[in-house]
Design a protein around this ligand. Structure first.
Ligand code: ADP
Ligand code: MG
Length: 236
């Protein structure tokens, strides 16, 4: 579990650790007598303040990669480091603590619990990393255009509102890394612009952002594009 309060960690060799690094990740899925190699040796590094777009066709491995980077799924080979600390193949409690402290995550679905309001989600997310700030909650709700939905439960939100709520929750603990899986897939162009401007602001404040997307608008905001095809990165 991390005990260092600094936002950056210095490795034993004196080199400053990056917010997120992946080393030769492999992930295989077995179904019946078939096997899918969803990741085949993916290595990447996200630097502080960098906005990276991950683009690839459906089934290319984007969601699998994000889940492994977040420590929600375990790679079959290779490992992930967050703020210089190994995330992969550690007990779930350790992975959960590292995730809560350093990583904001927005997956394609299943980001919200049915019984919690939007605001309660944000409060809960903050509490996981021992934070609490009404100002942060109010600011994020406003930026995401969710001021009127703070007491709404997920079933009362549209697809776009749910995506924005998921992002507000992911950002509420002030993570050093944000991983988002197609966050603007269901929002209109104006809302997408609002969300992207906010993410760019976060990047300027030093957050490393990796977003899987099909949106050319989103990709145009990126400092760097990563392509993925059949579980391998193809640098664009
Ligand atoms: P993308 O997000 O780019 O659409 P995914 O990461 O979801 O791609 O999937 C990559 C490949 O792994 C696909 O062939 C998909 O069918 C397979 N896959 C993903 N998750 C599972 C799973 N839980 N069980 C079996 N196969 C899976
Ligand atoms: Mg996907």
């Amino acid at each position: 579990m991390p005990t260092n309060g600094n936002s950056s960690q210095i490795r034993s060799n004196g080199v400053e650790a990056q917010p997120l690094e992946a080393f030769e990740l492999y992930r295989f899925f077995h179904s019946g007598d078939g096997e899918t190699a969803a990741l085949r040796g993916v290595s990447l590094r996200l630097r502080a303040g960098e906005f990276v777009a991950l683009m690839g066709p459906s089934g290319s491995g984007k969601s699998t990669l994000l889940a492994c980077l977040a420590g929600l799924d375990e790679p079959d080979g290779g490992h992930v480091e967050v703020m210089g600390l190994r995330l992969s193949r550690r007990p779930e409690a350790v992975r959960a603590a590292l995730r809560a402290r350093h990583i904001g995550i927005l997956m394609q679905s299943g980001n919200l619990f049915e019984h919690l309001t939007v605001e309660a989600h944000m409060r809960f997310q903050m509490s996981l990393s021992r934070q609490s700030s009404q100002r942060t909650i109010d600011h994020l709700l406003e930026v995401m255009g969710l001021g009127g939905q703070r007491r709404a439960r997920p079933s009362q939100l549209s697809g776009g509102e749910a995506a924005r709520a998921g992002l507000a929750v992911a950002l509420s603990s002030n993570p050093r890394v944000l991983l988002a899986d197609e966050p603007t897939a269901e929002v209109d162009a104006a809302t997408e612009t609002d969300i992207l401007n906010h993410l760019v602001e976060r990047c300027r404040a030093g957050v490393a952002v990796l977003i899987a997307t099909h949106s050319m608008a989103l990709a145009s905001y990126a400092d760097r594009l990563l392509g993925i095809q059949d579980g391998r990165l193809t640098h664009v």
